[in-house]
Design a protein around this ligand. Sequence first.
Ligand code: ATP
Ligand code: MG
Length: 206
Amino acid sequence: MKQDRTASSNLTWHHHGVGRSDREELLGHRGATVWLTGLSGSGKSTIADILSEMLHERGVLTAILDGDNIRHGLNIDLGFSPEDRKENIRRIAEVAKLFSSFGVLNILAFISPYREDRDFARSIQGEGDFLEVFVEVPLEVAEERDPKGLYRKARRGEIPSFTGISAPYEEPVSPEVILRTAEFSPEECAMKIIGALEGRGIIKGV
Ligand SMILES: Nc1ncnc2c1ncn2[C@@H]1O[C@H](COP(=O)(O)OP(=O)(O)OP(=O)(O)O)[C@@H](O)[C@H]1O
Ligand SMILES: [Mg+2]
């Protein structure tokens, strides 16, 4: 379990008696990470909520990690420079990996605009445990929705480095799921993710 970036030496990984498969057996589903990426206003938080409710009803243990909320605590020290965005994603990817090892179905809702950072998040999860979900919407539609009034502020120059306006968004190349939120309802989008989870055997079908 050696990592490339450890700042300390003399570390030994401790293998605990109750492991991931024991917890997954207890829960009746696998731990995994659903990684929602897309522009601000694309619908990540909305879909995360509905998906979590649907899964909860089916007895699946979920955890939502949502951008703004995480920046209130764990990542309170990080801003929106490329370096801070990278560190933001690195930390939450590690948290998701940890939760997956407890058998939790993680739902992450972060703009996560850089391909490299999302690829890192994928690389530290086990094969098949990571679903990159591209929450796709035309910029004009996201800007029209503007649920937090952020696009208006960004257009007035009040928010530096705003994704889609003054900072880049790198679209996923081969995401496991694409959700076109200008065409489908949040419920339809959540159902599509559930289908993908069932198809991979992460959760059981009903
Ligand atoms: N199919 C859809 N899926 C999700 N949201 C939709 C859809 N259609 C319309 N909406 C609306 O779009 C808005 C999406 O806002 P939401 O806060 O979920 O975006 P977000 O991607 O989490 O943005 P941010 O990155 O700023 O947190 C909501 O007002 C929601 O009602
Ligand atoms: Mg959100």
